[in-house]
Design a protein around this ligand. Sequence first.
Ligand code: HEM
Length: 437
Amino acid sequence: MNLSSHSLPPGSFGLPLIGETLSFLKERDFLKNRQNKYGSIFKTKIFGQPTVVMIGSQANRFIMSSHKDCFSHDGWPDTFKSLLGNKVLLLQEGDEHRRKRKLLMPTLHGSALSNYLPKIEEISRNYLQQWEKLDSLVWFPQLGRMTFEIASKLLIGSESGEVNDYLFKLFIELNRGLLTIPIRWHWTPYSRALQAREQILAYIDKAIQHRQQQPTQDVLGLLIQAQDEDGQGLTKEEIKSQALALLIGTNANTASMLTSLCMALGQHPHVLAKARAEQQIFQTDKLSLEKLKLMVYLDLVLKEVERCYPPVGAGFRRVIKPFVFNDYYVPATWNAIYSITGTHNDPQIYTSPELFDPERFNQEQTESKKIDFSLVGFGGGTRNCLGIAFAQTIIKVFTVNLLRSYTWELLRNQDLTLNRVPVLHPRSGLKIRLSRI
Ligand code: HEM
């Protein structure tokens, strides 16, 4: 078949050089507006690259599974690649990717995850106890501070206090640079993010030296000890990059999902009541991964939060083999984007997608199970999120403690519309008052 006899997808490349990058970063409904105009596959130009956007579960299956050999993973924006470093799992390919994924997997699953749970609970409770003393608070940055403390403690073993405050500031700088214009003047967000990266890596370097003398059971300790069947481990540079990327993955995304969950529960009293009622059953139980699995309604709420408020709205790929999708030709060297937000709002998959309704995922309905690749907040296929169990454990442990002992009120007169950059969050940051039950 002559692929190029098909026409290119509809859409616009925008302005010379910058294309539609500024609109992509600033326009609230960039993908949705273009989907309304052109349909579920269209072209644009962002971050200097001609890009095809493909929306829906079929597109996800095409990109993540049936035609994954047409794509490589270095389609992420240059800012992302230079700040994460090209050795991280997200950007690896083929055998190298498989080998590293296998080495990293045990550090975030099974017995390692069980060992992390008490620390997650201790830190969650400490933060809740601090917040209950305040008249009011803005929750998103505070949850960011908390998830950072959990991540930095469990991933790189950093202590609370000054060192953590210092690292947290560096992380905020780093996050600001992830989705921005890559200009290297020394005051630009990108340049400051690059400097922050170097400082964090220097910290991790010292933490590695420490562990080489005294092995630990945190993620960094396990990464140092990890070996494949041939006795090969990761190099120091690889460990540093992976640890940094895992910290980024945990911090911003998990804080975003937690904020959305607290907002949604605050806005839907009947869902909150049901989630609380479920906790009555387990009230006296000590938390464990097994106990968390039994909290079926909490799981439905989490799925609906993932659907309505995915922290990462889209995934990036590079096209390495030309292909035809829905009768349109896409040449090699373009970038491709799969849209998580677009899929989750598809009325062909989800009835009344604009409604927040955890019951759509219950045993009888399971809307997402009818069509695969339709709930993709953590990606899908063999490249799905490595930290999904870790993130969900943090979110569940925090939420269980919140539901069992606290009420919270969303304060009036705040802007709860959503900002997508750098991760999804309400514009006001979610102003609340927290009290003990
Ligand atoms: C709510 C929190 C999180 C969300 C929404 C999220 C989302 C995602 C998504 C959408 C992908 C797929 C990207 C793609 O298709 O290329 C991904 C990949 C990945 N995530 Fe997460 N993530 C979260 C938390 C975490 C955590 C806690 C970690 C690690 C501690 C982590 C580590 C990774 C890694 C290493 C990959 C790359 C996997 C691979 O390519 O094999 N993520 N994540």
